[in-house]
Design a protein around this ligand. Structure first.
Ligand code: GLY
Length: 554
């Protein structure tokens, strides 16, 4: 923890001191034509290679997502699902693709109750936790609408990584060690991530995933037909049934991604666009909207007075998150929640009691975010997940397919917190075919008709507050993406009544917040954010150093 905190502080210092004019590292880059910033250095390079071979940002996004599903399989993969936000330069329009997992048809609101009591662990670990994966259906839909390359050529680099092996990153090694007691019993996990003596592999070890390589290689140019139907679907459903789950071949065959209308907020000369529900993008916009009228002007970045305002605004945003859910099942009043009247009321509610004195685990879970800009100016922002680390912690044998535990993103029962300590409302109760509410909130900011910034994050509910803070750091404080993602962050989600603060936050600031009466819990890090700032002729991107990864461009 100390080492990572020091790294973060050091990087922030370097970033601010040298204004980043020419700094090039694994996490940050400057470029003139195209850029990929993701949680995997190899995945980022694969995305850039696609663009250099004539592909566009959507082609690259498909290749990056598939590669990350191999190298960062604790966080994401074809056993999960995600959101893709696209800015299409030709028509200057935004497009939002939802390929979130859905509850199986046999799911019910009381499916995790035993003897009248909710058993949360059933929603997190094992076959009953698995929701219908959407990843491949989503990537296929994006490719069909905007892509130029065949799926088989975009999956090939991921197949190669899985077949020939990849070098285990420090972050993945930590995830393996963290989950070792749960996954070591599974023969698939054991073969892939443990040595002959049963010890978790360390960073730098070579990892192969031959089953996953064969599965992906077999998808050819018909990923939906060959995953959601036929032998693979039968294999997945049979494994889940034998393991006590409820997901069937019909659930797989009936899965559909959904193109949705992006939602928007005007913020200080920028147009902010994000995913609509079941994403929490609207909550990020609401937080920006509560800040907008100048409440933070004149307050220094990460000054106690500034952070106190953020804390109150975050708390109020999470209160309104209770009104969010799958729009096919509940009416989410997004327009009302983003209306000037509500924003003003929410701002007053958030800040009415705030008197700023005159003083100068939230551990990252699964999920992965990446941002891409191509030569034509198209922008793609993807957040993808299998939910918690290694999802349901089960792997379909032979196929090497790690299955999500996205069912835990629903409210398992009133008052029962999920893995992220979110206590959620009835709007996010389980129902057959419903999508669980997600914190994943990719965001693209336009200035005029041109993109100015793309930002997204991983880390459960810290995604919402991470996107907000990094967005503010870039748009309001003028930081470069590297400095913006390196700056220490806070997180408040209403329940539990705690303000989480990254350990890299100066002790004097933490002390000042405590003096104001905030219950502070210091944690190593709060999620991981990637961002690209786009100015004419210049792309400036970074990935949060806390999770490794890389930004590359040309
Ligand atoms: N699985 C984390 C999220 O979607 O919020």
């Amino acid at each position: 923890m100390l080492r990572r905190t020091r790294t973060k502080l050091l990087r922030l210092f370097i970033a601010i001191s040298f204004c980043l004019v020419s700094l090039q590292t694994g996490d940050a880059a400057e470029a003139h034509h195209a850029m990929v910033a993701s949680e995997g250095a190899e995945a980022s390079q694969i995305g850039l290679d696609v663009i250099e071979h004539g592909g566009n940002a959507v082609d690259a996004a498909v290749a990056v997502a598939l590669a990350l599903g191999v190298t960062n399989s604790a966080s994401c993969g074809i056993g999960g699902g995600g959101f893709m936000l696209i800015y299409w330069a030709k028509d200057h329009k935004l497009y939002a693709l939802d390929y979130r997992e859905t509850a199986p048809k046999a799911a019910s609101a009381d499916m995790y109750f035993r003897n009248g009591k909710p058993v949360e662990e059933l929603a997190r670990t094992g076959a009953l936790a698995v929701a219908v994966p959407g990843e491949l259906a989503g990537l296929d839909a994006a490719l069909r609408r905007f892509g130029t390359m065949p799926f088989s050529s975009l999956v090939a680099p991921a197949v190669k990584l899985a077949r020939e092996g990849f070098v285990l990153s420090p972050h993945m090694a930590r995830d393996i060690a963290f989950s070792a007691s749960q996954i070591v019993k599974d023969p698939g996990f054991r073969a892939q991530f443990f040595d002959a003596a049963g010890a978790p592999l360390k960073a730098g070890a070579r990892v192969r995933a031959p089953g996953l390589a064969a599965l992906m290689d077999g998808l050819g140019d018909q990923p939906v037909e060959r995953f959601y139907h036929g032998a693979t679907a039968a294999q997945i459903a049979a494994f889940i049934k034998a393991s006590g789950g409820i997901l069937t071949t019909d659930d797989l065959a009936n899965y559909r991604p959904v193109w949705r209308e992006p939602i928007h907020l005007r913020y200080r000369g920028y147009d902010l666009y994000t995913m609509p529900p079941p994403s929490s993008g609207g909550i990020v916009l609401e937080m920006f909207g509560m800040i907008a009228p100048g409440h933070t002007e004149g307050l220094g970045l990460n000054s106690p007075a500034y952070l106190a305002q953020l804390i109150e605004i975050m708390r109020q945003g999470f209160v309104d998150r209770d009104r969010y859910g799958d729009p096919a099942f509940v009416k989410v009043p997004v327009a009302e929640l983003l209306s000037p009247a509500h924003l003003s009321e929410a701002r007053q509610q958030a800040l009415h009691h705030l008197t700023v004195p005159n003083i100068a685990s939230a551990r990252d879970h699964g999920t992965s975010n990446f941002c891409i800009v191509d030569k034509a100016g198209n922008v793609v922002d993807v957040t993808t997940t299998i939910n918690t680390i290694f999802g349901a912690k089960i792997m379909v044998p032979e196929a090497g397919l790690i299955l999500n535990d996205e069912m835990d993103d629903f409210a398992v029962a009133p008052g029962v917190p999920n893995a992220f300590k979110l206590v959620q409302s009835q709007t996010n109760a389980i129902a057959p075919g419903k999508r669980p509410l997600s914190s994943m909130s990719p965001l693209i900011a336009l200035r005029g008709r041109a993109p100015a910034m793309v930002v997204g994050a991983s880390g459960g509910p810290t995604i919402i507050t991470g996107v907000l803070q990094v967005g503010l750091n870039i748009l309001d404080f003028g930081l470069s993406p590297e400095a913006a993602v390196s700056a220490p962050r806070i997180h408040e989600q209403s329940q539990p009544p705690t303000v989480f603060t990254e350990a890299a936050m100066p002790a004097t600031t933490i002390g000042a917040l405590r003096q104001m009466g905030y219950p502070i819990k210091v944690v190593p890090e709060l999620g991981a954010v990637s961002a690209i700032r786009i100015t004419p002729g210049m792309l400036d991107g970074a990935f949060d150093p806390s999770k490794g990864g890389g930004a590359v461009g040309n």
